[in-house]
Write a new protein. Structure first.
Length: 205
């Protein structure tokens, strides 16, 4: 049975996630979160020790929401031929393009961090990013077995960037002049295209 305190905590998180996605960290006030969540400020202090702690939890949930699918399939990917593993990785990275609601909010929060990075985000990434980056490095290593660790890390960042540039600009892609219809078929097409280009780039490396 869910306790009242857990319900309150969850309501605060959901309200904060929506507001941080709409306005970014700096422009989101505790007063706005309190009003949206229908709680008092003491509840935020009790559960999260203030705005910064609340934002950290929202960021953690957002990052895990965008990477948990990759991590959950890490074992499956290791058993696939490297080309298929790469295609599956890229398809999962592009998943938020056709997603709605929560995944879209997660991407908007990270877009705010691109424009106005916060110390909270930088610290959290040092704590949370290691498993996902490790998975990506190991995928790249299958194509570049003789590369040193620094080169593999750069190649992993490059691979992630090939996908994230589309995901970060999702709303612009849906409008003119590109006007992509961001449904599952378009994401499949884009994933196939990026897979071919990425394979060519890794082969050249």
């Amino acid at each position: 049975m869910t306790r009242p305190s857990e319900i309150t905590r969850d309501r605060i998180l959901k309200a904060a996630e929506r507001l941080f996605a709409e306005r970014g960290y700096d422009a989101t006030s505790i007063r706005a979160i309190v009003a949206r969540a229908r709680v008092n400020q003491a509840a935020i202090n009790y559960h999260f020790d203030g705005k910064e702690g609340l934002y950290r939890e929202v960021l953690r949930a957002a990052f895990r929401g965008l990477t948990e699918d990759q991590l959950a399939h890490a074992g499956d990917a290791a058993g696939l031929p490297r080309e298929q593993a790469l295609a599956a990785f890229i398809r999962r990275q592009l998943r938020p393009l056709s997603a709605r609601d929560e995944a879209s909010r997660h991407m908007r929060i990270f877009n705010w961090e691109t424009v106005r990075p916060t110390p909270v985000f930088r610290k959290l990434m040092t704590e949370e990013a290691a498993p996902f980056m490790g998975l990506t490095v190991e995928l790249v290593r299958r194509f570049l077995p003789d590369a040193d660790q620094r080169s593999l890390m750069v190649a992993a960042i490059w691979l992630i960037g090939q996908c994230s540039v589309f995901v970060r600009n999702r709303e612009q892609l849906a409008g003119p002049p590109v006007a992509l219809e961001l449904d599952d078929s378009t994401v499949d097409w884009l994933a196939q295209l990026l897979s071919r280009w990425t394979l060519a780039g890794l082969a050249a490396a």
